[in-house]
Write a protein that binds this ligand. Structure first.
Ligand SMILES: [Zn+2]
Length: 856
């Protein structure tokens, strides 16, 4: 009768007696045979949503509490994602970065590390201003409402960050202004006339790097026009030699790729760059800095020398080749002589140079004179930086409203004068946006110049107290973001930009590959600068880089136009490719919708379990993406259900071969250790997250293979299952919480669970990362050193039994390798996971130090 009512499925199940959890706590497993009876996985999303409804607030509560109580110290592990721009809409590419950061943060915390994962917004920039023009809305209001929306999206996905300021908060940009003034006072920020790239659509000046190889703007796509304009520059050339060398870069993760890119950009230093001031009384009538590049600075001391400029130079306007265009005082001659500036034919001009030294006579390198010139240049602040002829200083001023105001006052008597520190921040004034929206200017001028109130614009000169006017250009957003990683060990209320004592380089910096060149370069420059001024102890800001490739979606094109998947269905003439996700191609995916439909756990797992971070993530149809995820959840649900049935005595198991019992159990336990280690290694050391998710699958296979034999009754099986659920918690916290509750409801706290470090009275998110119990388990120790090209290479790897490592402190490791201690440059320890010993040079032999150490 039952068979006919419920169909053949029930018949198959009736072969095993139906089992029911004997626990009193109600969980998803309380209903008998809930999961056994399912042969498709379509039920999984509903189960996951139920689980999420039950656990989300509890899990959030726990992690919010952890985050709020955490104190940063000098040994804090520092995980950081690149701050997003508040466009208002989180996209799938973002979720990949933040899920990885969240996983790294929570896994490290479970391992007992003091770890932080700060977050804020890189919130100045053009889109807010464009939106303000179109909608007549205050950029501040637009930006804040977008930030609010994105914060809620981040929360829905289950991330827990240490929230800090955004770059448009006055408490933050007060220190961006401080940083600008430090550069100004050090002679590294200056105004120079230069040929600039004018974007006629966005009506703004662009940096060279923001113009593509076709001469188009990176943002608007407009053909860029060349104009001359006075701009603010930062002398990045001052550190070109050090930035090129990258001596302090520890070559892990993606650094070699990024450094190669940055070196290509800087080019190998091959000469010296000087900055001479053209005085106001000069015939050219321009008060400006003249940059001169020369491989032979000693030519400054040759009486017949002159400065040659190319046709591209701003001074050449309206002049003929051979003509003298001006004179400048030669600061390297005691007689105060002037040196001619002459326009030179292009064919006689060294490539990539606009001004260099020539002489009428043949000269020979003179090292004594060269060092005299360089010393004098250094003492007078005239440069003399060793750099390449093609590398240009950083243009940081923008004729924009929504940016950090440059804290300078222009005075007729004193020139550009820095604002007093006590007057910072110079806050953006309130302006009327209805005027801006109808205002178009073909002039290079900022909206602040045209629309800021008079009492903001007109000020007293801090030096001579006469009438002066404020600088109306603002900083490029690359300047705002060039130092936020230094800010996040301090509080917004702190009266200092950062905490030198506690601050350390970011241990793992996670971001999109496409942002790697510019942002990472400027970040390095600023850190080098602050270290040179004694503000920081280190000069390379990021230890490991994890640059993630973009998420691409399947796109459909018909006759060159994008169409939706639905429109493409059943058509044969459609071109199918994978391209960067975008709304205009019909492929923008809202993570919120995915969370609503499948739960945040399912989205997190799906994002992480396919492809390693640095490879492009090709996002297929939802069916194909989530299919394997549902099988994964189903297999775990099944395992827990059957385990509970065993514990209640409702499921019989097969006996083990009595003669091999010990051996089988030992092997099972070894495999468990191996998997626990590999999951941690993949997340925290190699950052190959996908290898971690495949290892979790292997552990599930091991558990499923033994669920119907007597191993399931052992403490070793209990440990393996507990370890699985704990390791799942940083990936899929709600799901792991439900599994843990059901699992522990059947178990009493016992001696061995304590020895494994589990606490069954607490939720899974409060557990510690599972321990490896085999004291003979072998850990890999890698020895590395730099090769002739400065790249880090592995010299040797050995294996050391766990019992010898014990607490894994640097001192302990130094003790183990006493005989080569003096050759050790640095030791990197990822807790309970990996050790890298960096040696000072390649020629050091690593002797067989102890019998227990074996070659790996
Ligand atoms: Zn003045």
């Amino acid at each position: 009768m039952i068979i006919s009512l419920l169909g053949p499925l029930t018949f198959r199940i009736k072969l095993i007696a139906p089992y029911r959890s004997c626990a009193t706590i109600t969980t998803i497993f309380s209903e008998p045979n809930k999961f056994k009876s399912k042969f498709d996985y379509s039920y999984v999303p509903a189960v996951l949503r139920d689980i999420e409804n039950k656990w989300k607030n509890k899990v959030d509560g726990y992690w919010n509490n952890v985050v709020s109580k955490q104190q940063t110290t000098s040994d804090t592990k520092y995980v950081l994602s690149m701050f997003p721009y508040p466009s208002g809409q989180l996209h799938l590419g973002h979720t990949r970065i933040y899920t990885t950061a969240d996983l790294l943060f929570k896994t490290s915390f479970l391992c007992g590390e003091n770890v932080v994962n700060p977050m804020g917004f890189d919130s100045f920039g053009l889109p807010a201003e464009n939106a303000a023009r179109i909608n007549n809305q205050d950029p501040f209001v637009w930006t804040n409402s977008n930030m609010k929306q994105m914060k809620s999206q981040l929360k829905n996905l289950g991330y827990h960050f240490h929230w800090r300021e955004s770059t448009s908060d006055p408490s933050y940009y007060r220190w961006t202004q401080w940083l600008f003034l430090e550069l100004f006072k050090s002679g590294l920020a200056y105004q120079g006339i230069s040929q600039v790239n004018w974007d006629p659509i966005d009506c703004t000046v662009l940096a060279d790097e923001q113009v593509d190889s076709d001469g188009k703007s990176w943002r608007s796509g407009a053909i860029v026009e060349k104009r001359f304009h006075k701009q603010w520059f930062i002398k990045t050339n001052a550190f070109a030699e050090d930035l090129y060398a990258g001596d302090d870069i520890i070559d892990t993760g993606h650094w070699s790729f990024i450094l190669a890119h940055q070196r290509w950009w800087i080019q190998k230093p091959n000469g010296y760059l000087f900055y001479l001031t053209m005085s106001e009384n000069d015939k050219s009538g321009l008060d400006n800095i003249l940059q001169i590049f020369t491989p032979y600075p000693e030519l400054f001391c040759t009486p017949k020398a002159f400065i040659g400029i190319s046709k591209q130079h701003w001074l050449s306007y309206g002049k003929k080749p051979g003509e003298i265009v001006g004179q400048i005082r030669n600061p390297f001659l005691k007689s105060n002589e002037k040196i001619d500036i002459r326009l030179i034919d292009d064919e006689n001009f060294p490539p990539s140079t606009q001004a260099t030294l020539f002489t009428a006579r043949e000269t020979h390198p003179d090292e004594t004179k060269r060092s005299e010139v360089l010393n004098r240049a250094s003492s007078l602040g005239l440069g003399g930086y060793y750099t390449s002829r093609s590398y240009r200083d950083w243009l940081i001023s923008r004729q924009r409203f929504w940016g950090t105001p440059i804290p300078i006052v222009h005075c007729k008597n004193c020139g550009p004068v820095p604002v007093d520190d006590q007057d910072l921040p110079i806050q953006l004034p309130h302006i009327d946006y209805s005027k801006i929206s109808s205002f178009t200017s073909t002039d290079i001028s900022s909206p602040l110049k045209n629309f800021a109130p008079n009492d903001w614009l007109s000020v007293e000169c801090p030096k001579c107290k006469t009438d002066a006017i404020r600088e109306t250009d603002t900083c490029d957003t690359f300047f705002d973001s060039s130092w936020y990683f230094l800010r996040y060990f301090t509080k917004p209320s702190d009266r200092k930009p950062f905490d030198k004592i506690r601050l350390r380089p970011v241990d793992c910096y996670i971001g999109g590959k496409e942002h790697s060149a510019l942002h990472l370069f400027y970040a390095r420059f600023i850190t080098h600068f602050l270290q040179s001024k004694g503000y920081l102890e280190f000069r390379e800001p990021f230890h490991t880089l994890l640059m993630q490739a973009i998420v691409k979606a399947r796109t459909y094109k018909l006759n060159g136009k994008y169409i939706t998947a639905m429109e493409a269905e059943d058509r044969k003439d459609v071109e199918v490719t994978f391209e960067k996700m975008s709304k205009s191609k019909g492929t923008g995916i809202d993570p919120d919708l995915l969370v609503q439909q499948y739960s945040s756990d399912a989205v997190r797992w799906t994002i992480l379990s396919v492809g390693n971070p640095e490879s492009e993530r090709l996002w297929d149809s939802e069916e194909k993406e989530f299919g394997p995820t549902f099988v994964f959840f189903h297999r775990i649900l099944l395992t827990i259900e059957e385990y509970l049935a065993v514990k209640c005595g409702q499921l019989k198991t097969k006996p083990l071969d009595a003669g091999k019992y010990d051996e089988i159990i030992k092997d099972f336990s070894k495999q468990t250790d191996h998997h626990i280690f590999n999951v941690l290694y993949s997340i925290c050391s190699s950052y190959q997250i996908r290898n971690g998710t495949s290892t979790i699958h292997k552990l599930i296979n091991l558990l499923r293979a033994n669920i119907r034999n007597d191993i399931v009754h052992t403490k070793e099986y209990e440990r393996a299952l507990a370890s699985l659920i704990i390791m799942l918690s940083p990936f899929v916290p709600c799901f792991a919480s439900e599994c843990w509750q059901a699992f522990t409801s059947q178990l009493k706290a016992n001696e061995y669970c304590k020895s494994y470090g589990f606490d069954y009275s607490k939720n899974v998110v409060e557990q510690k990362w599972p321990k490896i119990i085999d004291s003979n388990f072998m850990y890999i120790v890698r020895f590395t050193c730099r090769n002739e090209n400065g790249r880090e290479e592995e010299k040797k790897r050995i294996k050391i039994p766990l019992k010898l490592l014990q607490s894994w402190s640097v001192n302990e490791i130094r003790n183990l390798f006493k005989s080569i201690d003096e050759h050790i440059e640095w030791i990197e320890i990822v807790k309970n996971c990996s050790i890298v010993i960096r040696l000072k040079n390649q020629s050091i032999d690593i002797p067989p130090i102890r019998d227990e150490f074996v070659d790996a």
